[in-house]
Design a protein around this ligand. Structure first.
Ligand code: AMP
Ligand code: ZN
Length: 135
């Protein structure tokens, strides 16, 4: 199947991984709106939340609950936005279910404008998050 997130899950395309369990992979968005912007993706392909299983929908929120403290600690964030573009009308670009977790730092503008970090910057952010996950 020609799905970029399935290719990332299969390891055929690299990503800046921050966490994985049996059902979910979490990696940094390459066009983040904030430092630490993470995509949470069920490993089993479904075009959107509605087409996937209830178990995968529940698991996404479990991983948010588990991972958000580590992401906030690593990025100095004091809050975060969650977002999902479900369907073309909502602006979905990649048709494999994904939840955006966008850390927010007090005092910084809360925009949805994409930044262009270098691969080195993304790698450093991912490593900082992984360190907090392992603590
Ligand atoms: P949307 O489908 O509108 O929720 O957006 C898809 C998101 O996936 C965008 O924020 C992209 O920056 C992100 N994205 C696309 N390709 C990759 C990739 N190879 N690695 C990480 N993030 C990606
Ligand atoms: Zn897929």
């Amino acid at each position: 199947m020609d799905c970029i997130f399935c290719k990332i899950i299969a390891g055929d395309i690299p990503c800046h991984k921050v966490f994985e369990n049996e059902r979910v992979l979490a990696f940094l968005d390459i066009g983040p709106v904030s430092t630490g912007h993470t995509l949470l993706v069920p490993k089993k392909h479904a075009a959107n939340l509605g087409e996937g299983s209830t178990d995968d929908a529940i698991e996404l929120m479990k991983v948010v609950h588990q991972l958000a403290p580590a992401i906030m600690k690593a990025t100095g964030a004091t809050g975060y936005n969650l977002g999902m573009n479900h369907g073309v009308s909502a602006g979905q670009d990649v048709f494999h279910t994904h939840l955006h977790l966008m850390p927010r730092v007090d005092g910084l503008a809360r925009t949805f404008v994409k930044m262009s970090p270098t691969m080195e910057e993304l790698a450093a952010t991912a490593e900082a998050i992984r360190r907090e996950v392992e603590v």
